[in-house]
Write a protein that binds this ligand. Structure first.
Ligand code: SIN
Length: 483
């Protein structure tokens, strides 16, 4: 077994204590299959203890001034940034992404801590012009309370800081359940938060293989006032239902089926660069990856050829290889899904232009693939691929492109490439998605709102909106001021 870096814990964190357990589970390196660490397999009892701790820590943490909390968060940001290399190595070991991407994710994750440290100081209320001469109306912002955060494996640091940083900045306390595939990054950044001065109980991490049991305790407990989840639409819907009885506030970042639309008047180079960035980042394992690449007839063949040339330059290898641009997928199910979707498309008449098979680099690697001639009857058009397969569909008119793009219950991200500003604006307004990239394949950052419409979720993360998700607005009516 290759041990996890001794620098970071492999125990869960409850009330400032690192908690072990006789029941553990293995964290595996997806590039090699080697075991990196064993972490505690906690359950309902420990989840309740974590909520007890978060609840107990809430009064003192929420009573601090925004500036006091911001100073602790700023220190956390500095510690995460100073540890970039060690965190990136850990992330590549447990998640698989190439080291250059892992370093980028540490910076991306840290940016949320910095942003929300600053933003919390601007959690303004309002004064509202009165309707009665003897009264005055004001609103104040207050932390919502204890937050449960369920995080995914594809961005094992950034998806946690995008939730925890605004929660802590707002004055909330949190219980995090990281993915069972990537608990080590969560524990590492929690340790750095403690080192920065986050008090015991404010930030708790429950590691588990039994997500349904932990999720049930989180949703059933009335002290948890907010649940934030990033993951599949199916699980998001279950958590939404389970949260009804305690009427929790929810942020749900769920699945996507992003269309990337390339019009005849696009700049070919920009379109290829955008499609490459959107499709192959993290080996295609992001919720905002282009799932369907819709290409207008006049540019279709040139775009397909240029995309194949660009894909030929990708290098499939373990993330620790300096040349790696495509690492392994997260597990065997992910590879099987990509394979099944590709085979279904080919069986229904699509053509593989490059790739289309498992890679020789190892059992969890899949060749970067381009499939042409994809049509609406293929599963690859309806399901989230979550792998390095570009599915090209041909269209003729703008109206057809919009109809195809919106023909999905999802609405997270969409992209369009056109040099015609009027068309770009017109189409951006008509696409049913929470985020639109115009001549851009990657747009996520800490200052802009991330989130979807339709079955892609509720709420926004990042930006000023990301702080609002952890605040309640309290209205105060000040009466009898003329007495
Ligand atoms: C995600 O895949 O959910 C996050 C992607 C991003 O932040 O860009």
């Amino acid at each position: 077994m290759a041990p996890a870096p001794a620098k970071y814990p492999t125990s869960a964190l409850i009330d400032g204590q690192w908690i072990g357990s006789s029941a553990t589970f293995a964290v595996l390196n997806p590039a090699t299959g080697a075991e990196i660490a064993q972490v505690p397999n906690l359950g309902a009892k420990e989840t309740k203890a974590a909520i007890d701790a978060a609840s107990g820590a809430l009064p003192a943490w929420s009573a601090k001034t925004a500036k006091e909390r911001a100073n602790i968060l700023k220190r956390w940001f500095e510690l995460v940034t100073a540890d970039t290399e060690a965190l990136a190595q850990l992330m590549t070991a447990e998640q698989g992404k190439p080291l250059t991407e892992a370093r980028g994710e540490v910076a991306y994750g840290a940016s949320f801590i910095e942003w929300f440290a600053e933003e919390a100081k601007r959690a303004y209320g309002k004064t509202i012009p009165t309707t009665v001469a003897s009264r005055r109306y004001v609103t104040i912002k207050q932390p919502i309370g204890v937050v449960a955060a369920i995080a995914p494996w594809n961005f094992p640091i950034a998806m946690i800081t995008r939730k925890v940083a605004p929660a802590l900045a707002a004055g909330c306390t949190v219980v995090v359940k990281p993915s069972e595939d990537t608990p080590l990054c969560a524990l590492a950044i929690a340790k750095l938060a403690l080192d920065a001065g986050v008090p015991p109980g404010v930030f708790n991490v429950v590691t588990t293989m039994d997500a349904p049991a932990v999720g049930k305790v989180m949703t059933d407990d009335g002290r948890v006032r907010k649940l934030t989840f990033t993951g599949s639409t199916a699980v998001g819907k279950a958590l939404y239902r389970q949260s009804a009885d305690t009427v929790k506030k929810l942020t749900l970042e769920l699945g996507g089926n992003a269309p990337l639309v390339i019009f005849d008047d696009a700049n070919l180079e920009q379109a290829v660069a955008g499609a490459m960035a959107s499709k192959y980042r993290n080996a295609g394992q992001t919720c905002v990856c282009a799932n369907r690449i819709l290409v207008q007839s006049g540019i279709y063949d040139r775009f397909a050829a240029a995309l194949v040339d660009a894909v030929a330059k990708l290098h499939v290898a373990p993330g620790t290889d300096a040349k790696s641009t495509i690492g392994p997928l997260i597990n065997a199910d992910a590879v099987a899904k990509v394979e099944t979707l590709s085979k279904d498309a080919v069986a229904k008449g699509a053509k593989v232009l490059t790739g289309g098979a498992r890679s020789k680099a190892g059992p969890l690697f899949y060749e970067p693939t381009v499939i042409s001639g994809v049509t609406a009857n293929m599963d690859i058009v309806r399901e989230e691929i979550f792998g390095p397969v570009a599915a090209l569909m041909r269209f003729e008119t703008e109206a057809e492109a919009i109809a195809l793009a919106n023909d999905t219950p999802f609405g997270l991200a969409a992209y369009l490439f056109s040099q015609n500003l009027s068309r770009a604006w017109r189409v951006a307004e008509k696409l049913d998605a929470g985020m639109i990239g115009v001549n851009e394949g990657v747009f996520s950052n800490e200052v802009v709102p991330f989130g979807g419409v339709k079955e892609s979720g509720l709420g926004r993360e990042g930006a000023a909106e990301g702080l609002e998700e952890y605040l309640e607005t309290k209205f105060i009516c000040l009466g009898a001021i003329d007495a």
